[in-house]
Ligand binder design. Structure first.
Ligand code: COA
Length: 533
């Protein structure tokens, strides 16, 4: 192996170890002490329950695990995992959205990031047509931040708006209550299509005992006010009484056992393993994220049979091939690819080719995979006069209106308008993945530092106090650190600007899962827009 390849591989393996540490911090929030505390209450960590909810031997595809780190909420620096766990797993063979509060993180209360995760889980479920299971155990709103979580759209009330609408669409909303569900949070039990409560463990009430005492003077225990027996035997607010968590998990599986089997809305070919090993990705992606890439090699390591049927391969070489287009199959699912290549700067020819391919795939009803490593569209008079603004806009229009599932994965710079043309978050891809090589920001740290320095220089010169050479360097370094820091996959993952940071070795499995789930609704369903180009 060449020295460069070895350096690349070692670099990415080390980077992914950093990712693993962060994931571990979310999964083991509070450490052994927190697990012991749960155990004394007769509870298991929420991920253990989820592992039992899904079919034996299958995988739970957990999303947004690194949410909530470094949020700097007043007095609470980190919310491990955002205080809630969600992901997609199979229950009786059907893909299901499973969401659970993590009571080890501030009693599972909702911070803004917790809500953002909850909203994202429900948005994926509604768009892809997934039943939802809620493992509810939460102290409700994190009260010191109520103004940022309670009153607005996409805040607390939207959880129940979403449940009501999904239920009306025929998507089952099942709640397994295994702890507190107080005030507004109680609706997670009462709005469910069917709810399961655990005796002497689950409580649900619009006002807890202290509030009742203050409001009415009534002295009552949580159990007598809104325990599992009260709601299953007296109020009728919940539907199934279970003796413990194991019993409750079995009940939820039983409730979902008569769901009709799902199928995908596209012909699936026989899946084949890639001929090229996944280590090719580690070896061939330069450690320097601003260095150009040979994307065909990457595609060969993820595609069935390492086969890439390239479209317009010969067109405008050196300019047109900064985006490569074509088809691959992922575990048998045919997928149209629009992938950054080389330095990734999008020239007019590349924008036109990409637009053409997005339209063709959309008409053929083939889902789209955007592999993003582009720092932007080409600037300068030659490019502007050739119409890069207009052709870039055509690409953005095609991305916005394509009537097929779209998924983005970033493996390099993801800046400026290239973020739009390559289906960034605002373009509502069904799923958006980052890797340790992705850098998502309006521009690179170096470019941002250059722009900001020129503004600062003008300002200081006008004040008659021009920047010294040392001050310029210090200013630039500060800006580079800030903008590169904000582009980092950890910063973006903490804020849900991606759905997951994938290891390169996970790309094939996760992309195949994501396309399968995105294709559960028939292409042409209103979920895809029914727009014309
Ligand atoms: N807002 C802010 N912080 C809260 C909170 C809330 N709604 N609910 C709990 N917390 C905090 C606690 O202060 C504690 O913080 P600390 O670790 O810094 O001491 C932490 O979360 C754990 O809470 P604790 O009460 O020790 O956990 P528990 O497992 O014994 O009890 C509850 C869990 C949910 C039963 C209990 O915390 C509770 O009743 N909370 C209030 C629920 C409520 O009335 N919510 C209404 C808001 S809509």
């Amino acid at each position: 192996m060449s020295a460069t390849k070895l350096t690349n591989r070692e670099h990415w393996e080390a980077q992914e170890q950093e990712l693993a540490k962060l994931v571990e911090a979310a999964v083991n929030a509070g450490g052994e002490k927190a697990v012991e505390r749960l155990s004394k209450q007769g509870k298991q960590p929420v991920r253990n329950l989820i592992a039992k909810l899904i079919d034996p031997g299958t995988e739970f595809f957990e999303l947004s695990t690194i949410a909530g780190f470094g949020m700097d909420y007043p007095g609470v620096p980190d919310i491990p995992g955002g205080g809630v766990v969600y992901g997609i797993g199979k229950i009786h063979g059907n893909w299901t959205m499973i969401l659970g509060n993590d009571p080890r993180v501030k009693a599972g209360t909702y911070f803004p990031i917790t809500l953002k995760k909850h909203m994202r889980a429900q948005a994926i479920a509604e768009r892809c047509g997934l039943n939802c299971v809620y493992v509810a155990d939460s102290g409700g709103a994190f009260l010191p931040m109520q103004a940022e979580i309670f009153p607005d759209d996409q805040q607390f009330g939207s959880m129940f708006f979403n449940m009501a609408r999904m239920s009306a669409m025929g998507l089952k909303q099942i709640t397994l209550s295994t702890g507190g569900n107080t005030a507004g949070g109680a609706y997670i039990v009462f709005m469910a299509c069917q709810s399961v409560m655990i005796d002497k463990m689950a409580y649900s009430f619009l006002g807890g005992p202290p509030l009742v005492k203050a409001a009415t003077g009534e002295d009552i225990s949580a159990e007598d006010l809104g325990g599992a027996k009260i709601h299953t035997q007296v109020s009728g607010g919940a539907d199934h009484l279970c003796k413990d968590q194991e019993d409750a998990v079995s009940k939820v599986r039983e409730i979902l056992s008569m769901e009709p089997p799902q199928s995908i809305s596209i012909h699936r070919f026989e899946p084949k393993e890639p001929k090229q090993p996944v280590t090719d990705i580690y070896d061939n992606l330069p450690a320097n994220v601003h260095q150009g890439i040979k994307t065909r090699t990457i595609l060969k390591a993820i595609a069935d049979d390492s086969e890439f049927l390239e479209y317009k391969k010969e067109y405008a070489k050196g300019r047109g091939d900064n985006i490569i287009t074509g088809k691959i199959r992922l575990k048998g699912i045919p997928v149209g690819v629009i992938a950054s290549n080389n330095a990734g700067i999008i020239f007019v020819e590349a924008a036109r080719k990409a637009t053409e391919w997005i339209v063709r795939c959309s008409q053929e009803k083939i889902p789209l995979l955007f592999i993003q490593a582009s720092p932007g569209y080409m600037v300068g008079s030659q490019s502007e006069h050739m119409g890069i603004g207009k052709y870039g806009a055509d690409m953005v229009r095609a991305v916005s209106c394509a009537q097929v599932p779209r998924i983005q994965i970033a493996i390099g710079p993801d800046n400026g308008a290239a973020n739009y043309g390559m289906c960034g978050r605002a373009y509502k891809p069904h799923f958006l993945f980052h890797t340790m090589r992705s850098r998502t920001s309006v521009m690179s740290g170096r470019s941002a530092a250059f722009v900001l320095l020129s503004i600062e220089e003008r300002k200081r010169a006008a004040q008659g106090n021009p920047l010294t050479e040392e001050e310029k360097i210090e200013f630039q370094n500060k800006m580079i650190a800030k903008y590169d820091g904000e582009a980092h996959p950890f910063y973006c993952g903490a804020r849900l600007l991606s759905d997951k940071v994938l290891c390169f070795s996970e790309m094939r499995d996760w992309l195949a899962m994501a396309f399968e789930v995105s294709l559960l609704k028939p292409i042409g369903d209103p979920a895809f827009g029914n727009l014309r180009f």
